[in-house]
Design a protein around this ligand. Structure first.
Ligand SMILES: C[S@@+](CC[C@H](N)C(=O)[O-])C[C@H]1O[C@@H](n2cnc3c(N)ncnc32)[C@H](O)[C@@H]1O
Length: 315
């Protein structure tokens, strides 16, 4: 096993599985841009930004509320466009406009996706806005019984719970990441580690298996993944403990390692809490998401299958 030190003096072991991983210390490659395309790009950018400032509501809305408002606004725009076009066709051609439902649904989808872009919503929201009216129309065509929607809603609710507020959906990390995390954490002494937002519990159970000397926990806010992780841990006789709750209620001072796989929206709040509560020398590890303006001590570069891992050693 090879020992690696970075420039901050943080030490960890590198097993063969990690041998291909490269370390990067914030060295960003410089992009060469020619003048003309630079001006073109900045003119276009400022026009889009101006439009965004007009469209974007001044109040701070959670994305789910903004999404509902955008669909309503798109509906009003579609109604207005149809009314104007119908008026023009009637006046100039003396005929009535004949538009299929599918065309209306497509217009709704396109207007909603455009508005979400102008409102500066994340890319996946644009896809949701685009797909939502079309999917609703297809489902309507299939005459699916109402109970199916209710069951779908209950399952989604227990899986995603307050995602509309936390802005952290459920998606699992992969075994290669768990190995890398196991290699990063201190090897010499037992640690107390918690996965904040433990999902189905795989990461915590892996850590409990690889580090039987340590105390491994997971906390999950959504009931369904928590129940599943709890039952799985019992069946597997894993020593990992799973708590149902919000990680914001924890005292981070009780842990040596905090592992987070959250979302860009959650990182600022996470850092506010971690920097206040975590003990000097403890590690905050984030899969995929950086903390804006807080340089990490170690970054393990990912590849197209594995996201990057960021590590902060609390000073
Ligand atoms: C991206 S998943 C990560 C799952 C798991 N850590 C893994 O690596 O497979 C994020 C999870 O965090 C949960 N979550 C979001 N906000 C939370 C909070 N404030 N407290 C506890 N769990 C939270 C979500 O419900 C979701 O299951």
């Amino acid at each position: 096993m090879q020992k690696v030190f970075n420039k901050y003096g943080l030490k960890y072991d590198v097993k063969s599985s990690l041998a291909q991983s490269r370390l990067e210390y914030k060295a960003q490659p410089q992009k060469r841009v020619d003048k003309q395309s630079f001006y073109k790009e900045s003119l276009l950018k400022s026009a889009v930004n101006k439009l965004r400032m007009t469209v974007r509501p001044n109040m701070r809305l959670v994305p789910a509320t903004l999404a509902v408002l955008i669909q309503c606004a798109a509906l009003l725009i579609v109604a207005a466009v149809i009314w104007i076009v119908n008026f023009a066709v009637t006046v100039y051609f003396g005929a009535n406009l004949n538009i299929s439902i599918f065309t209306l649904v497509l217009m709704q989808a396109l207007f909603a996706a455009t508005l979400s872009y102008l409102a500066g919503m994340a890319t996946w929201w644009r896809w949701i806005h685009l797909c939502f009216p079309l999917t609703a129309w297809i489902m309507f065509q299939w005459h699916i019984p109402n109970a199916v929607y209710l069951v779908g809603f209950v399952i989604s609710l227990s899986l995603f719970w307050t995602t509309f507020r936390t802005q952290v959906p459920f998606f699992p990390s992969r075994p290669v990441v768990w190995q890398q995390v196991a290699n990063i954490i201190p090897q010499d002494n037992p640690v107390r580690l918690i996965d904040i937002g433990s999902g189905l519990g795989d990461m915590s159970m892996y850590m409990a298996k690889t580090r039987p000397d340590s105390q491994i926990e997971g906390i999950e806010i959504a009931p369904l993944p928590w129940v599943i992780s709890f039952i799985r841990a019992k069946f597997r006789r894993s020593s990992a403990k799973f708590i149902l709750g919000n990680y914001q209620a924890l005292d981070f001072a009780n842990y040596d390692v905090i592992f987070a796989y959250l979302s860009p929206a959650a990182m600022r709040m996470l850092w506010d809490k971690a920097s206040k509560e975590m003990r000097p020398g403890s590690l905050l590890i984030s899969l995929e998401f950086e903390i804006p303006g807080v340089p990490e001590n170690i970054r393990i570069l990912g590849n197209k299958n594995t996201p990057e891992i960021y590590v902060w050693k609390i000073a």
